[in-house]
Design a protein around this ligand. Structure first.
Ligand code: PMP
Length: 363
């Protein structure tokens, strides 16, 4: 009975869970390295964990449906008003809210080739038409995206940096783009990996909210803040846009543990810096390894990197047998690449050793 546009959806493919691979390959869970979901290998800030403990006694109560304390902390940190913030069950939830609030059958959304897989999913789920523009050097081609806008376009999704390619658009280029998009088209700027950017490469995107009422910035606590399992993301937008997003939001979508942990995580700058330093060193270790193995990779600004391995399905199979989980990206039309998240030094070493063996086997 489901509408044809729902039946046409290709399901999202998450990274293989460690427990599942352990069963499949008869391996011990502690021998498995998972570098498949761009998670923080250091885990969460100890302050966030302590904050969660304080909430344990209150789990019988519903969370604060308006997230007052968390929004207050976010408003202070980012210099916005409370009514500009929308909380999500992960930032995926906010992306979906944008689709539910602004798209419908008869409208279209624009996203780029190789852009994050949730944009087509969210678009199709509400019966809107997805327009995929060709990528430039694996990244977004903003000129092609502008040209693709037509009368029924309501939303443009942009990931900066993008997953799975790690490509980045510069601030000037993005601002120029925003100046040209009609204000009747919502631009969802997905900045899930923004914390990993060096200061000189990051955009002052939040300041743009004052100029562009059609801009929605999405962020997450899943990546650099290490809280992926708690599911917490948020959007910053013009109050009227935020109001519309809130209308389609589930009342208690941000749970109480997540809200408390996020407030604490946000205040732990030292931990965040440590995570970023470890990611920088790990990125160098992994890309140096690719160079040594003679592999091409897409230079990445995030906590993962896509590497060209030839027969990615075969290489991936061999990696799995060796207890290393990375992410195939054939569903993005990248059948020769694998995406690997940056781990701790020992995890990266294990991955590179297993990759060398896998490449030999797949020849
Ligand atoms: N945007 C991008 C570009 C991502 O890579 C991800 C995570 N895969 C998300 C959004 C969603 O993350 P979460 O729902 O955990 O916030």
């Amino acid at each position: 009975f489901s509408p044809s546009y729902v039946r046409a959806i290709a399901p999202y493919q998450p990274g293989k869970p460690i427990a599942e691979l352990a069963r499949e390959m008869d391996l011990a869970e502690e021998d498995i390295v998972k570098l498949a979901s761009n998670e923080n290998p250091l885990g969460a800030s100890p302050r966030a964990l302590a904050a969660m403990e304080n909430v344990l006694m209150e789990v019988a109560r519903y969370p604060d449906g308006n997230g007052f304390l968390l929004k207050t902390a976010l408003a202070e940190k980012y210099g916005v008003e409370l009514n500009q913030i929308v909380l999500g069950n992960g930032s995926n939830d906010v992306l979906e809210m944008a689709a539910r609030a602004f798209l419908a059958p008869g409208t279209s959304a624009i996203y780029s080739q190789y852009a994050f897989a949730v944009y087509p999913l969210a678009t199709q789920a509400v019966g809107a038409r997805g327009i995929e523009t060709p990528a430039r050097d694996y990244g977004h081609d903003l000129t092609a995206m502008l040209e693709a806008i037509n009368d029924d376009t309501r939303v443009i999704f942009i990931a900066n940096p993008n997953n799975p390619t790690g490509t980045l658009l510069g601030a000037k280029e993005l601002e120029h783009f925003l100046e040209q998009v009609p204000h009747t088209v919502l631009v969802v700027l997905d900045e899930a990996y923004t914390e990993y950017l060096p200061k000189d490469q990051s955009s002052d995107s939040i300041a743009w909210l004052k100029k562009f009422p059609n801009l929605v910035i999405t962020r997450t606590f899943s990546k650099a803040y290490g809280l992926a399992g708690l599911r917490l993301g948020f959007a910053l937008a013009h109050p009227q846009v935020a109001d519309l997003l809130n209308r389609v939001r589930q009342p208690f979508n941000a749970n109480s543990m997540a809200q408390a942990a996020a407030v604490a995580a946000m205040l732990d700058d030292a931990f965040l810096e440590e995570c970023i330093d470890i990611n920088d060193a790990g990125m160098k270790q992994v890309t140096d390894g690719f160079k040594r193995l003679g592999l091409e990779y897409i230079p990445s600004c995030a906590n993962f990197v896509a590497v060209k391995v030839g027969n990615a399905a075969a290489v991936n199979h061999s990696l799995l047998k060796q207890g290393v989980i990375v992410r195939p990206v054939a569903n993005y039309g990248m059948s020769e690449h694998l995406r690997v998240s940056i781990g701790l030094k020992a995890e990266n070493t294990k991955f590179l050793q297993a990759l060398e063996i896998a490449l030999g086997e797949s020849k």
